[in-house]
Write a protein of this length. Sequence first.
Lengths: 208, 208
Amino acid sequence: MTQGDGRGNADGPQSALTGALRESGLSERHSAILEAAAALFAERGYAATSVRDIGERVGLLGGSLYHYIKSKEALFVRIHHIALQVAEDRIRAAISPLSDPWARLEAACITMLEIQLDPNSLTMPLMNDFASTPAEIREQLVEKRDTFEQVFRDLIADLPLNPSLDRGVYRLLLLTLLNNVSGWYRPGRMTPTEIGRQVVQIFRHDLV
Amino acid sequence: MTQGDGRGNADGPQSALTGALRESGLSERHSAILEAAAALFAERGYAATSVRDIGERVGLLGGSLYHYIKSKEALFVRIHHIALQVAEDRIRAAISPLSDPWARLEAACITMLEIQLDPNSLTMPLMNDFASTPAEIREQLVEKRDTFEQVFRDLIADLPLNPSLDRGVYRLLLLTLLNNVSGWYRPGRMTPTEIGRQVVQIFRHDLV
DNA sequence: CGAACTGTAACAATCGTTTGATACAAGCAT
DNA sequence: ATGCTTGTATCAAACGATTGTTACAGTTCG
């Protein structure tokens, strides 16, 4: 298990994002642009990524991208939306066959980490780039993120949690953790599954 | 060292960073520049902050800053070093009178959160801006950060921790949390102390 | 006076974006 | 088949704005 996918996709080493783009009826080039932009935004941040950088990644000139995108900002919002949707779908699929509240939470955490630590296409880290994005756009991003986080809200609501813990803070802390593991994670040392298990073990505080 | 506790200062709403700069023999302008740059880097990130932005904040033209700084990158490294040193000093001072391992960890977490959530001068969030900083500089930053994190390494080594938890991951997760609370924190709803207590409560897993 | 400071003005580079031309394939009329 | 049109995809080049940075002249002040 070199890359340890196991997601059910039998069509190669594609990332979840790639798969979602294929189904959206977009051309190869179009999805390549979205994918390259997602990776670059994740690596260097929005402000530090130029349109020409994205173009170079897909073998196009910077200006040529404007046949596919309306603006750099719109491109960012688009990627953000797709990435969150893909993540939500995968997490919902991962927890649906499980019934034990803690097992469901662990499955959600592991899936979330798999998405964020996927070396093929780091889609999610841009979730934290809110600081450097303009205010008007931030609203759209926050709205979509809130929808996404509802999954965890429900998951945590079902936990038999020690009443001394505030479920609101609990959720914020857990998501902060999951969203920022990519800051120190290096492939090979530890799998997303192992990290996810440790996270849930730490966050597990039953009644009494 | 940059010894200078911020909490006992009775000379106004200054941040810990400001206090440290005053003692460093720097002129008012010079420290104002460092402070403004720190705030802007924290707010919008390194790439999204221009030298002219910093100048405007202190009432100077962009070019005039170069009487005080060598380059934008050097300015960033400088701030990063000072901020980490200030944080380390304050945390060491906060834990020194305590002996109980969990109490020491809680004091360290609360102090860390106080520093990062200080609305007067958000100094630390730039600790996570590694992604958008050039590779050569990143080495200096990482080295200084490792030194800083040694405090937590020692703190965690003293914990009577459940052996099923890996202390390395434990430390990474805890620091990830502390470093990124600024992403969702809004003043007024909850104090750094309350958040710190919740964090330690979650991370508290004694032997047996 | 001289040193420390600040503004003026410009530099080359890069930014996001637009424009006009070009290549190429597909469709339709003749 | 040929020619004409239409649309898609790309490049080359440039736009004005902004970037980090510098040289230099001017001001302020001990």
